[in-house]
Design a protein around this ligand. Structure first.
Ligand SMILES: [Zn+2]
Length: 277
C-alpha cells in the first residue's frame, strides 16, 4: 500500500524542492498536495499560462523525487465564507482552477469539504442540502471533463447537517456521478462519534476513494499521530482489508519536530495490516 502525507507538512518549512526531497528520504511514496487549499496564493491570481507552468514545475519536482501526487486538497478557508451567492460563485471559480491544477499535476483525486452557508452552526439544513446538491453536481460535471474525481470529505462540526460519513454519503449517492466519491477523514469521524472502521464499511470500496489519516482525543480536531488518541486503528485496518481498499494510506497529522520517522512508522504499521490485491 502506498504511504503518503500532506505536502505542506514538509514544504511549509523547507520549501518545495527540499521539502519533497526530505519527504522521500523519510520513506513516503506519495503526496497529498494540499497547497491548493489556500486561495490567497499567487497561483490563484495569475494567468492560465502562468498557472499551468507553476503546476508543471510542482509535478516535475515530485517526479524528480520519485513521489506520486496521489490526491490534492481543494480550496478551504477559515473563517468559512459560503453565505452569499457571490461567495459561492467565487468558491466555484477557485475550485475549478484547483481541479485544472489537479489534472495538470497528473493526479486523479481532488478532496473538498461541503459548502457551509451558515458556518459551523447549520440553521437551515434544507437550504444547505440544496446548495450542496447544486454545487457538487456542477463541480463533479466539471471534474469529469478533466479526468478528476471529486472526493467529498466528512467534517468534525457537531452542528452541521452534512458532516458525518453517513450524511456526506447520502449527498454523494443522490448526485450519483462517477466523478463524485468520498474522502474519509478519520479524526473528523471520531469527533462525530463514529469509529473509522465502521465508516469504511459504510462507504465500501466503490465510494471510498481517499483518506486523511490522523488521531485525536475524541473532543478536539488535534490532527495527532495515529495510535496517540482514542481511535480503534485495528478495526480501521480490518475494515480496509475487508472492502479491498486500493488507495493510499495518506496522513494528515501535524508533524512534531524531531519525530518525523515516528510518524512515518505509524503509517507503515497501519498499511502493514492491509494487504492489497
Ligand atoms: Zn481532512
Amino acid at each position: 500500500m502506498k504511504i503518503g502525507i500532506a505536502s505542506q507538512t514538509y514544504v511549509k518549512k523547507l520549501g518545495l524542492e527540499a521539502g519533497l526531497k526530505r519527504m522521500k528520504a523519510d520513506g513516503y511514496d506519495c503526496i497529498d498536495y494540499d497547497a491548493l487549499a489556500n486561495t490567497e496564493t499567487p497561483v490563484f491570481h495569475c494567468s492560465e499560462t502562468e498557472f499551468a507552468s507553476a503546476m508543471k514545475h510542482i509535478r516535475t519536482c515530485a517526479e524528480d523525487c520519485g513521489l506520486q501526487i496521489w490526491q490534492t486538497h481543494g480550496p478551504w478557508r477559515w473563517p468559512i465564507q459560503d453565505a452569499t451567492p457571490e461567495n459561492r460563485a467565487e468558491r466555484f471559480e477557485k475550485m475549478t482552477r484547483a481541479i485544472l491544477g489537479t489534472a495538470l499535476l497528473g493526479c486523479r483525486f481532488f478532496v473538498i469539504h461541503p459548502i457551509m452557508p451558515f458556518g459551523e452552526v447549520d440553521t437551515d439544513p434544507a437550504f444547505t442540502w440544496d446548495i450542496n446538491l447544486d454545487f457538487m453536481t456542477r463541480l463533479a460535471g466539471f471534474a469529469a471533463g478533466h479526468g478528476v474525481t471529486v472526493c467529498l470529505e466528512n467534517m468534525p462540526f457537531r452542528q452541521q447537517s452534512i458532516a458525518t460519513p453517513e450524511e456526506c454519503l447520502r449527498l454523494v449517492r443522490e448526485i450519483h456521478s462517477p466523478s463524485l466519491k468520498m474522502c474519509l477523514d478519520t479524526g473528523h469521524c471520531i469527533l462525530r462519534g463514529v469509529q473509522p472502521g465502521g465508516a469504511v464499511r459504510l462507504l465500501g470500496r466503490d465510494m471510498l476513494a481517499a483518506l486523511h489519516v490522523h488521531d485525536n482525543d475524541g473532543t478536539r480536531d488535534l490532527h495527532q499521530y495515529p495510535f496517540s488518541g482514542v481511535m480503534d486503528w485495528g478495526d480501521f485496518c480490518k475494515a480496509l482489508q475487508e472492502i479491498g481498499f486500493d488507495g493510499a494510506m495518506s496522513l494528515e497529522a501535524e508533524l512534531e519536530e524531531g519525530r518525523e520517522a515516528e510518524l512515518y512508522q505509524t503509517a507503515v504499521r497501519l498499511a502493514g495490516n492491509v494487504v492489497q490485491a
